[in-house]
Each structure stands twice: as C-alpha cells, then as structure tokens.
Design a protein around this ligand. Structure first.
Ligand SMILES: [Zn+2]
Length: 242
C-alpha cells in the first residue's frame, strides 16, 4: 500500500469512526421509547426553560442530568384516553414508563398528569387539582429543611385529591380531599370513592412489583397518594419514610 493509499484508508477509518461516534452520541441523547406514547429522555433546553426557577431550583443535590422527562398515556376519570408528562429521577425513569403502561393497559383512572410547573410548582394547588406528578424541588410540607423525595424525583403523588395525606401536621392535605379521608369506599361520600388507592389493589401491586413503597402504609401518618423508591446513591441516605 502506497503512503497515499494508507492515508486514504486512515482518513476513511477516521471518518467512519467519527460518524459512528456521532451516531452513538445522538443515540444516547435520544429519548427511549418504551411503547407508543410512553417514552423518557434527557431534560432538553425547552423543558429547562419551562421548569428553571419553578420546579427546578439551583441546589447541590440534584442536577438536570439526574432527571428525565417522561411522556405517558392514561385514561381519565371519564375513561377518555389522554397524554401526560412527568419529570422523574433517571434511576426510576424506566420503572415509571413500565408502571404507567401497566396502569394504561388496565385503564386505571387518573385525573390528570401535568408538570407541577403548570401550578407554579405549588404543591397545594397541584394536589387540589387532583394532579398526578413527581419532581418538585421542595422541602417536606410543614418541615423546616427536610428535603422531600419529590425534590429528588423519586416520589410520585397519584390522584392526590382522592388519595389525601391524612394525620400529618396539616391535617388532611389537600383540604378539598377531606371526604376521601374516609377510606372505606362504602362509607366515603366522595364522588370518586371507587377510584381510591387501597392496599393490594391493582395500582398498589404494580408499584410494589417495581420496588416502590406506599405512604398509605406508614404508621404515623397516611400519605395515600405517595409512592416512592429509594434507589442508587440515595440508598445511603437511609431514610425510607420521606
Ligand atoms: Zn408525595
């Protein structure tokens, strides 16, 4: 092989290698599609624009790189198919698309799934709207400086109005979920009593199968909307009941 030919082959190799690399980089940036309508991907510029200073605040615990933007489909309370969006920790992104796909398959009723940013990252507003959501950089309601599992994107609140938090410092949260503090569906006066989460029901089983804990099983207070998973480096923190 003449030196010119060697150079040409070398150049071809470099081009091939480089384009392959570019391709790989593109692949890793692309979203992962689990099923039609169910995907997760990195936080893009346009998402950053929506959440920066709202649900995402500059901090030392969680970066944009730790988070994933998730798209799912679901059936609302009237049985109509809808699209939802969530932001979760990358450690549970795969779990979340799988969980929501399973819920979708059994037509599990969910009121709405929107980013908490649409409620100015105000948890009370989001809960009162019965909005299912996950990431929100905030401390635990009523605490001085305890970081919520939602701040790490490791917790989700499912239909929070009909699955309120009961027995905490603030009584029943959200307040408009009061009828649903009565968890016996036959005694509950709420319109959607039949849609509440119970131990060993389908939603509970699906989350449990994926290694999540349920706030409805806490001893001190009951957070019926709250599912969470302690994963990766966060295991070291060693507090399971946030
Ligand atoms: Zn929660």
């Amino acid at each position: 092989m003449g030196s010119r030919k060697v150079a040409a082959v070398f150049l071809a190799l470099v081009i091939g290698f480089t384009s392959g690399m570019v391709l790989n980089v593109k692949t890793s940036h692309a979203k992962t599609v689990y099923r039609d309508g169910f995907s997760y991907g990195k936080i893009t510029k346009s998402i950053k624009k929506r959440i920066n200073g709202v649900s995402y605040k500059k901090n030392k615990y969680i970066t944009y790189g730790d988070l994933r933007y998730v798209k799912v489909k679901y059936y609302n309370y009237r049985g109509k198919e809808k699209e939802g969006e969530l932001i979760v920790n990358k450690l549970i992104a795969k779990d979340i698309v799988e969980i929501f796909y399973e819920l979708y398959e059994i037509k599990y009723p969910i009121r709405r799934i929107r980013l908490v940013d649409e409620y100015d990252a105000d948890d009370n507003k989001s809960m009162a709207a019965d909005n299912t959501s996950s990431f929100n950089y905030r401390i635990i309601a009523g605490s001085k400086n305890s970081l919520s599992m939602h701040a790490l994107g490791l917790a989700l609140d499912i239909n929070p109005k009909i699955n309120p938090c009961v027995g905490g410092a603030h009584g029943i949260v959200p307040p408009n979920g009061k009828p649903y503090a009565q968890r016996d569906a036959s005694k509950c006066s709420g319109k959607y009593a039949d849609k509440m989460i119970h131990k060993n029901d389908e939603a509970y089983k699906i989350f449990k199968k994926h290694g999540f804990f349920w706030g409805g099983e806490w001893d001190n207070m009951k957070d019926y909307q709250h599912f969470y998973k302690v994963a990766g480096k966060y295991k070291k923190i060693g507090r399971y009941e946030w």
